[in-house]
Design a protein around this ligand. Structure first.
Ligand code: ZN
Length: 313
């Protein structure tokens, strides 16, 4: 595909304008391999992340099925983000994609395997509930400029929000306003859980350094009294005090210390970056250039926002 054809192929809407970033698309300088327990199924899965050509974007490879990390394949699912294609499902992709998006791994093949060859569902390992393990692995192996089939590098494009845009569900919302840099402001409100309460977190200009230092190590959180209900729904079978921070209504945090006083709110930013990465196309940036303000969001609302950017809803 020529550059002009690739540019024309970008899915767009009247809310977003694709512009050059002045940077070249990147990929990994080597292969990453990690295995670990998964949060919802409790099974162990293995991931190998391979360098790939410029323009390929990020995609999963599960049983020789290629599934682009794109909103086109996102399926609404409880408590995680899931990709689905031809009956194959890959769950809990958000922390890995968040790390890849934030550190600039624009193109890669993510080979994933589960232990049961009959099972068409697979899940990304949870590790400590944050994106730390992935960021560490990416830094260890390093990045390089990605080239295409002809050995040419490609400019990285980014989506600029050109007018205010918003989505909401009940009392949750996400709004984005034009900005030359990415800023994220996120609010959560657990007024009945005193250990969490109402929290707001606002990033300065969100770059790789800020992400690594301030966001990546924030862990998944849950409410202790809701654990049994989630287990009964077939979720968090692999959940433990090692891969989430757990807060009780009246007893507070069960496994302190927190890494930041507002760690739950920061984790929502981590999740949002992973979910918005599904807007990436052909090795572009997925995270929109905008000041994004979110309140009480979750994966479903994050996905709605990406669809809104496309003009699909
Ligand atoms: Zn998360």
């Amino acid at each position: 595909m020529t550059m002009a054809a690739a540019f024309n192929a970008f899915k767009s809407s009247n809310l977003v304008s694709w512009k050059q970033t002045g940077r070249l698309q990147q990929t990994l300088a080597g292969c990453i391999e990690r295995a670990g327990k998964t949060l919802h199924s409790g099974e162990v899965s293995t991931i190998k992340i391979w360098p790939d050509l410029a323009g390929q974007g990020r995609y999963f490879d599960f049983r020789s099925n290629s599934i682009l990390a794109s909103i086109d394949f996102a399926e609404e699912s409880p408590l995680c983000t899931t990709l689905c294609k031809n009956g194959f499902r890959i769950r809990t992709i958000e922390h890995l994609l968040s790390a890849l998006e934030a550190t600039g791994v624009d193109n890669c093949r993510i080979e994933i395997q589960n232990s049961d060859p009959e099972d068409g569902n697979v899940e990304v390992p949870i590790f400590d509930g944050s994106a730390n393990e992935w960021v560490k692995a990416i830094k260890e192996v390093g990045l390089k400029v990605a080239t295409d089939h002809f050995g040419n590098s490609r400019e990285k494009m980014a989506p600029y929000v050109i007018e205010p845009v918003h989505v909401w569900r009940n009392d949750s919302f996400i709004a984005a306003f034009p900005s030359e840099k990415v800023h994220i402001t996120y609010g959560i409100n657990f007024s009945e859980v005193h250990g969490i309460g109402c929290q707001w977190f606002s990033s300065t200009s969100l770059d790789e350094y800020f992400y690594s230092e301030q966001i990546a190590s924030s862990r998944t959180f849950c409410i202790y009294e809701e654990v049994e209900q989630m287990r009964n729904a077939g979720l968090i079978k692999g959940g433990s005090l090692e891969n989430a921070i757990v807060c009780s209504f009246d007893k507070g945090w069960l496994n302190p210390p927190l890494r930041f006083p507002d760690e739950p709110c920061r984790h929502k930013v981590l999740d949002l970056i992973g979910d918005l990465s599904l807007f990436a196309q052909f090795g572009s940036q997925g995270l929109p250039m905008a000041h994004i303000v979110a309140y009480k969001g979750g994966h479903a609302l994050h996905a709605d926002f990406v669809r809104r950017l496309y003009g699909k809803i």
